[in-house]
Design a protein. Structure first.
Length: 76
């Protein structure tokens, strides 16, 4: 078996291994008064920005703590 083939097999094994780990990790939007931040590009469609703010407020309605929405400034 060539080195190239061995490398390709190893690469596939690593990718499959990492993808399995990613599926087992969890994302927590709020825990013990700490909430995940929401980041939106300032150039996104205004409906997306509004939805981000609505999501932050929905988190507040459920947990009592709102998620901060930050606009990512585009560098041009």
């Amino acid at each position: 078996m060539s080195i190239r083939t061995k490398f390709f097999i190893l690469l596939i094994a690593v990718v499959l291994s990492l993808s399995g780990k990613a599926q087992t990790e969890r994302f927590c939007i709020a825990n013990k008064g700490i909430t995940a931040g929401i980041i939106v590009d300032e150039n996104d469609w205004k409906g997306v920005i509004r939805a981000a703010h609505d999501l932050g407020d929905d988190v507040r309605k459920v947990t009592g703590f709102s998620s901060q929405v930050s606009l990512l400034l585009s560098v041009q």
